[in-house]
Ligand binder design. Structure first.
Ligand code: AMP
Length: 193
């Protein structure tokens, strides 16, 4: 299955994706992790991305699209994947649809992890990552609201969106996420309904 997780920074996408990847036996593709690795290794893409990431801004679409399309062609993605942090803009979503369509496959379902802003700030303060400076974090939330939230409507129109309450402990949230995945799986088996 090809599943996308969408949620604001600090919603718990990474934690849920790691657990889901184990359950579904598909790779977890986190563009944030890919970019942080590129930054650590000092690759040309990493050097370019670091300027945007340190400011809480999205990196330019061409940079991220090149990275994801190469990763999606690797053999371990043949049976599906979990996308965490991509797509994050409408052009990225359209590009992903094109990439998959060329291979006669598609996104099976999109899960929104919904978490209120004050809870995100509380979690950010507890986590302390380099781009978790309060001003930068506020910018990342803003970029989510302005650039990524429109994707929820994009996928809802395609009938692919499941919104999951992201409040509670990781086990409770995981139970909600797996129920959404089961619904996607049932729909994939009965595409006419
Ligand atoms: P994340 O770990 O997913 O929150 O990503 C960390 C940072 O990487 C983001 O704040 C962006 O600067 C950058 N990033 C990750 N994924 C994308 C994407 N799909 N498009 C643009 N920038 C991204």
């Amino acid at each position: 299955m090809r599943i996308i997780l969408i949620g604001p920074p600090g919603a718990g996408k990474g934690t849920q994706c790691q657990r889901l990847a184990g359950l579904l036996g598909v790779p977890h593709l986190s563009t944030g992790e890919m970019l942080r690795a590129a930054v650590r290794e000092g690759t040309p893409a990493g050097v370019q991305a670091a300027r945007y990431m340190s400011q809480g801004q999205l990196v330019p679409d061409p940079l991220i699209v090149g990275m994801v399309s190469a990763r999606l062609q690797e053999p371990d993605c043949r049976g599906g994947c979990l996308l965490d942090g991509f797509p994050r803009t409408l052009p990225q979503a359209a590009t992903l649809d094109d990439l998959l369509e060329r291979r006669a496959i598609s996104v099976d379902g999109v899960i929104e992890l919904a978490v209120p802003r004050d809870e995100l700030v509380r979690r950010m303060l507890a986590r302390g990552r380099a781009d978790d400076d309060p001003d930068i974090f506020a910018r990342r939330i803003m970029s989510f609201e302005e650039q990524t939230a429109p994707l929820l409507d994009y996928y809802a129109r395609q009938g692919k969106l499941a919104s999951v309450d992201g409040l509670g402990n990781a086990d409770e949230i995981f139970a909600r996420v797996t129920r959404a995945i089961e619904r996607f799986a049932r729909r994939a088996r009965q595409p006419e309904q």
